[in-house]
Design a protein around this ligand. Structure first.
Ligand SMILES: [Zn+2]
Length: 135
């Protein structure tokens, strides 16, 4: 059993894996956000593309050559994005290393729901390098 990559404290097979294997659908924007972070950790590009709003979806992500080692996810706040909503935002910090240097990606992601399926739309992000990334 593996602690889930998203930092929920649950096991991967009870947290993000059911989303990755399409045996479950994310009920909230936060759950989708967490499962997408875990997909980044695992290099699961097909899941990331499948959960991307069609209008904004890139053709590919080129994850295999980016040299990024994801370290942890910190969800800061969610606005809407629950079962009763059709859209929502999730603010998070994702900590990673690239070429031996620390960075944090601080992003407010937008999500929307088509019928019952949540999709990632886009995000306003900034990357903070170096020591500040530890905080
Ligand atoms: Zn998880």
């Amino acid at each position: 059993m593996t602690d889930c990559y998203c930092g929920s404290g649950q096991n991967y097979n009870e947290c993000c894996e059911p989303y990755h294997t399409a045996s479950k659908m994310a009920q909230t924007a936060e759950a989708l956000m967490r499962s997408r972070y875990s997909a980044f950790v695992l290099g699961n590009e097909s899941y990331l593309l499948a959960t991307w709003d069609e209008a904004k979806r890139p053709l590919s992500l080129g994850l295999s050559g980016d040299g990024i080692i994801w370290q942890r996810l910190n969800i800061i706040r969610c606005n809407k994005g629950r079962e009763i909503h059709k859209q929502g935002t999730v603010e998070f910090k994702a900590y990673y290393q690239q070429d031996g240097h620390d960075f944090v990606l601080h992003e407010i992601s937008r999500f929307k729901k088509n019928q019952v399926v949540w999709f990632y739309v886009d995000g306003a992000a900034r990357i903070i390098p170096g020591l500040a990334a530890k905080k």
